[in-house]
Design a protein around this ligand. Sequence first.
Ligand SMILES: Nc1ncnc2c1ncn2[C@@H]1O[C@H](COP(=O)(O)OP(=O)(O)O)[C@@H](O)[C@H]1O
Ligand SMILES: [Mg+2]
Length: 281
Amino acid sequence: VNGQAHKLALRTWGRKRFPLPSVALASGKGGVGKTSLSCSLAVSFARQGRRVLLLDLDLGLANVDMVLGLAPRATVADLLTGECSLDECLVRGPEGILVLPAASGAAELAAASLGDRNRLLECLADAGERADVIVADLGAGVAHGVLELVALADLALIVTTPEPTAFTDAYALAKLLLQRDRRVAERIKLVVNRSASHDESVSVAHRLARVARQFLGFELETVGHVPEDPAAARGVLRRQAFAVAEPDAKASRAVARLARELASRLGLGSGLSAPVLGVEA
Ligand SMILES: Nc1ncnc2c1ncn2[C@@H]1O[C@H](COP(=O)(O)OP(=O)(O)O)[C@@H](O)[C@H]1O
Ligand SMILES: [Mg+2]
């Protein structure tokens, strides 16, 4: 990106949005469960009667298709280059969710210049005909490309685990987002994953909220607590999201609660277009 375009990109950062109510899952540290949660969250939204578009926007390690056991025909890279149309790239996943698979090491996206971000939005412009809500799985870290994508979502969920390194990196990500533009503050929310108990999860959330308040002057609200659950690891082995393989597992129930919480914050209403299967009370 040249200097001028870069300045423009920074100026408009945080104003452009996905064309639908949207959540993005980001994290400072890798391996905290973004992809697992994205897939199960997408499935939960679908069970609650929403049409879901799950975007795999992990620039480095694409694996939504792995977690869901899908065989992608085309990827977001083909979409961005104009090789394929949106419909040609989308694959149906469990509960009828639509998935836009990523290419591992998608260089086109990794560049993530203003042009790419606009191009992505352009390609998704009529996504509203196919879906009610977007779930975007992002790569870990604070690379420019990730920050660009986070800001496109109505709710940017920072995922952390109780591990000190994940905690520290979650804080670093929040700080960088705020430094870019304080107006994103109210869109940044926390999700604590893999805690041994609800108490531990709440205490992690409180600690992170305390440092955010003290050093960033910002109220970091927690929207979900997902416990450590062996169902998550079993799901990966079976190439099924845990919410699909074991809908009654603790983690699945927690993600279903998270989906309801997010739906209400996104103003998605009560989810009237319920699918035939798997309707949740
Ligand atoms: N709630 C959970 N309980 C147990 N294991 C989990 C949980 N969430 C994720 N995992 C495991 O953590 C690992 C990393 O998850 P993944 O979703 O790939 O993380 P990320 O996308 O953030 O890199 C996977 O092996 C997954 O099974
Ligand atoms: Mg991932």
